[in-house]
Write a protein of this length. Structure first.
Length: 109
């Protein structure tokens, strides 16, 4: 992971659709901060949804614990609401953080 690096992946939705995704890292400052831009997969296929937003993830050392602040910046409140409604992005983030919690707990235990 480095500034300018790209991560491409496919999310498989419960509706059977495959969602092409592309993450471009803008800032990587271990261990404190990651900033990335999310964009649709491109390629012109009908299954590619152009979802654009920027994420900032801040890791704060609390002496044996870590606080994570995850901020999403969307072009508008309407676009944010659309992404939450159509894709369940809020639920996806909650699931991601739960998996991270499980991973860290397994490493510590």
């Amino acid at each position: 992971m480095r500034p300018g690096g790209v991560w491409r992946f496919v999310m498989h939705g419960p509706d059977g659709r495959n969602y092409q995704n592309r993450i471009t890292f803008e800032e990587v400052a271990p261990p404190a901060r990651i900033v990335y831009r999310h964009g649709g997969g491109g390629g012109g296929g009908d299954d590619v949804e152009p979802v654009q937003f920027r994420q900032t993830v801040i890791f704060e050392d609390l002496g044996g614990r870590t606080r994570i602040t995850w901020r999403g910046d969307f072009p508008s409140a309407a676009e944010r609401d659309r992404v939450i409604k159509e894709y369940g992005a809020d639920q996806g983030l909650a699931q991601t953080l739960a998996r991270l919690n499980d991973y860290v707990a397994a490493k510590a235990g």
